[in-house]
Write a protein that binds this ligand. Structure first.
Ligand code: PLP
Length: 431
């Protein structure tokens, strides 16, 4: 019955340090958020002790009467959070994460070597949507399936639906995937559906980044168009780290049993019941009026940040944002995302470098991705984001200055030249 602090001070200190880092800096990573205390509590419960392979009422282990109750409640809340009719949609709440949810969904929908098309990673797509380079198949979704990614038009930053349709006519995919990790625009789900139907393909949406906005009715719902919808639960949805797979019950091709089988036994073993409890708590919160207000504020904050950055003269992919994230193109400044990320780290602003469509190299991406979900959970409003934008602008000015003075484009020279920089020290104090 000893506490973590008494039992293992080393780990306790690491946790406390990380907590302090999360709360004392400015968290702008678009895929992160701060869960509620209730979610954290549920995640750290005795439910972690239990094995429950199988589904409610059909387990491979005894002693699952409460776990069955938990999983059924979580399923109900998942459907309710997205306004889904249980006769039309079902959900599997067992995936350990977004990546495993996606691989299980592919396993359920198509056969090895079948053809899929997802948004290319340099265009903002996720690894698990069939990512490969010219030289190498990187993701299991391109290793076990034939992948032909589609792209955004580098001039507009928007998905090039026309080219997607032309390429689909040649490739004849069995599965089309929409959804992304770095896409600040809405999806044309009706166009995606039309292209899928032209080839008798399934349409899957990975709504991981925007699921909180969809639950809060601040983004178009993909459920009206898709056969399968997957999501992580820890981004805008503000839950613990896990995944969900929603499937249409009314399509008549056994999607329910195919998805359930794909999750277990094809891709996973025993569910993480403590996480499922925490997901259930987050889903209850996501269905509340407060969460709707939160989702609205996330978007308002992102729009304000976008307006401020363009006001400073910067270029954003698509010129703006309609969701929680901004793709900031630093190529006009002749800066790499890594350099800006480096200074941000020094002053406790957490962002990530990100490729922008048309980048020459994915190793030194020409932009950064910013998101407003985490700071909105800390009650930041538009006026706070005016200040955040000012900090970011000053960081870019420092980066330009240091780059010019050190006379080299190399990262190691840049880092050395930053040593002892007074403006960085001043900014760190202000943040
Ligand atoms: N899908 C999308 C669109 C994502 O952005 C991510 C993660 O960033 C994932 C899936 C993978 O989720 P996880 O990291 O939980 O495996």
């Amino acid at each position: 019955n000893t506490t973590l602090e008494q039992e293992d001070k080393e780990i306790y200190d690491i946790v406390e340090n990380e907590k302090l880092r999360q709360w004392s800096g400015l968290e702008l990573i678009a895929s992160e958020n701060f869960t509620s205390q209730a979610v954290i509590e549920a995640n750290g419960t005795a439910l972690t002790n239990k094995y429950s392979e199988g589904l409610p009422g059909a387990r491979y282990y005894g002693g699952n009467e409460f776990i069955d109750e938990l999983e059924i409640l979580c399923q109900k809340r998942a459907l309710a959070a997205f306004g889904l009719n249980p006769e039309q949609w079902g959900v599997n709440v067992q995936p350990y994460s977004g990546s495993t949810a996606n691989f299980a969904a592919l396993t359920a929908l198509i056969q090895p070597q079948d053809r899929l098309m997802g948004l290319d990673l340099p265009s903002g797509g996720h690894l698990t949507h069939g990512y490969q380079t010219a030289k190498k198949k990187i993701s299991s979704s391109s290793i076990y399936f034939a992948s032909m990614p589609y792209q955004v038009d580098p001039t507009t930053g928007l998905v090039d639906y026309k080219r997607l349709e032309e390429n689909a006519a040649l490739f004849r995919p069995q599965l089309l995937i929409c959804g992304a990790s770095a896409y600040p625009a809405e999806w044309e789900y009706d166009t995606m559906r039309k292209v899928a139907d032209q080839h008798g393909a399934y349409l899957m949406c990975d709504m991981a980044h925007i699921s909180g906005l969809i639950a809060g009715k601040e983004a178009i719902s993909p459920f009206d168009f898709c056969d399968i919808v997957t999501t992580t639960t820890h981004k805008t949805l503000r839950g613990p780290r896990a995944g969900l797979i929603f499937f249409r019950r009314d399509k008549g091709d056994k999607l329910e049993s195919r998805v359930n089988q794909a999750v277990f036994p094809s891709c996973q073993g025993g569910p993480h019941n403590n996480t499922i409890a925490a997901v259930a708590v987050a889903l209850k919160q996501a269905a509340s009026p407060e969460f709707k207000q939160y989702a609205k504020q996330v978007r308002a904050n992102a729009l304000k940040l976008a307006e401020c950055l363009t006001g400073y003269g910067y270029k954003l992919a698509t010129g703006t944002t309609v969701n929680h994230l901004i793709l900031w193109d630093l190529k006009p400044q002749k800066l790499t995302g890594s350099k800006v990320e480096r200074i941000c780290d020094m002053v406790h602003i957490t962002i990530n470098k990100n490729s922008i469509a048309g980048d020459k190299s994915a190793v030194t991406p020409g932009g950064v991705r910013l998101g407003t979900s985490a700071l909105t959970s800390r009650s930041f409003k538009e006026e706070d984001f005016v200040k955040v934008a000012e900090f970011l602008h000053r960081i870019v000015q420092i980066a330009l200055d240091v780059q010019e003075k050190c006379g080299s484009k190399l990262m190691k020279d840049f880092v050395a030249a930053l040593e002892g920089n007074q403006e960085v020290a001043q900014l760190k104090k202000e943040v």
